[in-house]
Design a binder for this molecule. Sequence first.
Ligand SMILES: N[C@@H](CCC(=O)N[C@@H](CS)C(=O)NCC(=O)O)C(=O)O
Length: 204
Amino acid sequence: MKLYYTPGACSLAPRIIACEAGLEIEYDKVDLKTQTTASGRDFIRINPKGYVPALVLRNGDILAEVPVILEYLADQAPAARLLPKLGSLERYRVKEWFDFTGTELHKGFDPLWVAPMPPKARQLAVNHLQRRFAYLNQSLGGRPYLAGQHFTVADAYCFTVLSWARFHRVDLSAHTAIVDYMARVSARPMVKQALAAEGLLVQA
Ligand SMILES: N[C@@H](CCC(=O)N[C@@H](CS)C(=O)NCC(=O)O)C(=O)O
């Protein structure tokens, strides 16, 4: 399999899951501005949507959309227990966190990537995110991971998106459960490995 990625983008989540699951994947870096890959390919011909991630499967088919790619990868390595059993309520819980992360958090950050942004518009976008963070913070209180005691694909996605707060100078310090959660996830050896591979490991 091959993952098309951009360092620090949402494509970090599938890389984390590939590391956690011990899956062997090739990586090809995408320059989103020029829509070309490090291997010299025209990315728009790989994913006509023009965004990362895109995963090339063993049979050559291509999957896009973060939650779908994560679910697919986790299903390749059931022993890693990164996603509960098909049909279980626990699996729907993970998918509930997927959708929250994708539609409320990931897309909540979208306006902040548009530069330059008028301060008032930026503030509105940040206020909206802060309301979602407050909910997340409350939900995380008393449990180590989104779906309970075990790290799942939803954590890889949520962690990746939350890591953008630092880049955009969005203050998370009032959300102490989120701060603890970020520290817990970033301390996982496979998360460190994924961050290091993208040149994102912050030395203490
Ligand atoms: N709905 C897509 C969103 C992917 C997405 O927003 N990718 C961003 C990086 S985090 C991107 O490549 N943006 C470039 C663009 O939209 O042109 C998914 O879940 O995969």
